[in-house]
Design a protein around this ligand. Structure first.
Ligand SMILES: Cc1cc2nc3c(=O)[nH]c(=O)nc-3n(C[C@H](O)[C@H](O)[C@H](O)COP(=O)(O)OP(=O)(O)OC[C@H]3O[C@@H](n4cnc5c(N)ncnc54)[C@H](O)[C@@H]3O)c2cc1C
Length: 395
C-alpha cells in the first residue's frame, strides 16, 4: 500500500451504512479521515466534491468512490485493490477445515472459539456487524452497560484479531453444495470455497412487501432503515408500514423530524409496546391506518404515492408521499443453503441442541436458526456452541 494513501469518509452521526463502510476499511487496516455532515459546512463540501447528498461518501486520494455498496462492488471486482495499490490473496485455492459464514455476533464468536481450538478456518461475510450495526444503544450485553452497536462490533472484531484470522469481507455466499463430506460455497465473486465443515451464521434481514415497484424504487423513496434515511424526509410526508415496535419507533422518529407521518398496519390494532402506542396516539404528526394494507406503490424514477386498501371495507385511498419505510419484521437469510436442508416457514434453519442441521458437517447459529430468542448475547453464545461442536466433529 502506498504511504500517500488518503482516505476520507463523509458520514453522519447515526448511519449504519457509514458504520459498515468504516468497519470494512478497518478490516483492511486502512486509516481514514472522517467528516460529519451534521456540520452544515461539511455537508456543502461533500455535495460539491461528490455531487451527492447521501452518506457515506468515500474518497480515496481525491477520487470519489461513492457509498458503501459502491465500495463493496469495487472490492468484488478487484478494482479496489488497484486503487489501493495492494494485491489481496485468493483464499479459494485450498480446502478449509471450517468456513464460517457471517460476521455478526454468532459468526464472530464462532471465529473466536474455533480459533482458540486451533481450527484452520476462513470467515466469509458480506459485511461486518450484521444487524448490530443497525442498532444504536445496546444496554443488555453483559459487561457493557451501555454501548453503541458499532463500538460493540469493533470490540468483537479487535478481540478475534488476538488470533491469526483469515477473512474475506464483502463477498456473499450464493449457494452451498454438499457432497462426499465436502461443502462447496459459491460466492457472488464467482469463486468457490471448499470446507470440511461450515457454520452458517448469516442472520436475518428486514422483510419486504414483495411488490415490483418496491424493488424499483428502493433508495428512491422506498427505505428499510429509518436511522439511515429518515433524515431525508424531515418536514416532508412519509409513510411507515408496520405497527410493531420497529414501525412505531420509525413513525415517532419521523414525527420528531417534523415529517407528516402515515402509519399503516394490516391488523386491526397496533402491535408494538404500550409505551410506544401511547406516544404514537398522542402525536399530532402521525395518522394511523389500521386494518389497512399497501395495495400498490406508485412511481417510476422516484416514489410518488401509495394506494392503501382497507381490508374490512375494501375502500381504496391514494396518498401522495415523499418517502415510504417498510418495517414488517425479519426473515432469515438462508436462501443459499442446499435445498434438502430443513427450514421452517420463516426460512430459519432447523438445528438441534448441538447446532447441527440435517446435513452432516453443516452447522447453524444465531438468528438464521430456529432458536426462539433473537438477541446479541444469545447469537454470540450459539456461535460459541457451534464452534465447539465443529471441533468435536472435525476430530
Ligand atoms: C434495529 C435492531 C435493534 C436491535 N437491538 C438489539 C438490542 O438492543 N439487544 C440485543 O441483544 N439484540 C438486538 N437486536 C437483535 C440482534 O442484533 C440480533 O439478534 C443479532 O445481531 C443476531 O446476530 P447474528 O450473528 O445471528 O446475525 P446478524 O447480526 O444478522 O449477522 C449476520 C451476518 O451474516 C452476513 N451474511 C448474511 N448473508 C450472507 C451471505 N449470503 N454471505 C455472506 N455473509 C452473509 C451479514 O452480512 C452479517 O455480517 C436488534 C436488531 C435490530 C435489527
Amino acid at each position: 500500500m502506498t504511504d500517500k494513501l488518503k482516505i476520507e469518509v463523509y458520514s453522519k452521526g447515526w448511519c449504519p451504512y457509514c458504520k459498515k463502510a468504516k468497519a470494512f476499511l478497518k478490516s483492511k487496516n486502512l486509516d481514514y479521515i472522517e467528516y460529519n455532515i451534521d456540520n452544515e459546512e461539511k455537508f456543502e463540501e461533500m455535495k460539491t466534491r461528490t455531487g451527492r447528498k447521501t452518506v457515506p461518501q468515500i474518497i480515496i486520494n481525491g477520487q470519489c468512490l461513492g457509498g458503501y455498496d459502491d465500495l463493496i462492488k469495487l472490492e468484488k471486482s478487484g478494482d479496489l485493490d488497484n486503487i489501493l495499490g495492494v494485491k489481496s490473496e485468493d483464499y479459494s485455492q485450498k480446502k478449509w477445515d471450517l468456513i464460517i459464514i457471517g460476521a455478526g455476533p454468532a459468526g464472530l464468536n464462532a471465529v473466536l472459539y474455533a480459533a482458540r481450538k486451533g481450527i484452520d478456518l476462513l470467515l466469509i461475510s458480506k459485511d461486518i456487524g450484521g444487524q448490530v450495526i443497525d442498532t444504536n444503544e445496546i444496554d443488555n450485553y453483559l459487561g457493557k452497560a451501555q454501548i453503541n452497536g458499532d463500538d460493540l462490533i469493533m470490540d468483537f472484531w479487535d478481540h478475534i484479531h488476538n488470533y491469526d484470522i483469515t477473512a474475506v469481507i464483502g463477498e456473499e455466499i450464493l449457494k452451498i453444495e454438499s457432497q462426499n463430506g465436502e461443502h462447496i460455497l459459491r460466492t457472488d465473486s464467482e469463486k468457490e470455497y471448499i470446507a470440511r465443515s461450515v457454520i452458517i451464521a448469516s442472520g436475518a434481514e428486514k422483510r419486504h412487501l414483495g411488490m415490483k415497484q418496491e424493488y424499483v424504487l428502493k433508495g428512491k423513496g422506498v427505505h428499510y432503515c429509518i436511522s439511515c434515511d429518515g433524515y431525508l424526509y424531515a418536514g416532508k410526508r412519509a409513510a411507515v408500514v408496520g405497527g410493531g415496535n420497529s414501525g412505531l419507533e420509525a413513525a415517532l422518529d419521523l414525527a420528531k423530524m417534523d415529517a407528516e407521518v402515515i402509519l399503516v398496519e394490516i391488523m386491526d390494532y397496533l402491535m408494538g409496546d404500550e409505551v410506544l402506542r401511547e406516544k404514537v396516539a398522542s402525536s399530532d404528526k402521525i395518522d394511523v391506518y389500521t386494518s389497512t394494507s399497501v395495495k400498490e406503490i406508485i412511481g417510476e424514477d422516484s416514489l410518488e404515492a401509495v394506494i392503501l386498501e382497507n381490508k374490512n371495507t375494501g375502500e381504496e385511498k391514494r396518498i401522495e408521499l415523499d418517502g415510504l419505510f417498510i418495517e414488517i419484521g425479519l426473515s432469515a437469510k438462508s436462501d443459499f443453503v442446499p435445498d434438502i436442508m430443513e427450514r421452517n416457514k420463516q426460512k430459519e434453519i432447523i438445528i438441534n441442541d448441538k447446532n447441527e442441521t440435517n446435513i452432516e458437517g453443516l452447522f447453524a447459529a444465531g438468528d438464521v436458526s430456529n432458536i426462539i430468542d433473537k438477541q446479541i448475547v444469545i447469537s454470540a453464545a450459539e456461535g460459541a456452541k457451534a464452534a465447539l461442536r465443529v471441533n468435536q466433529y472435525l476430530s
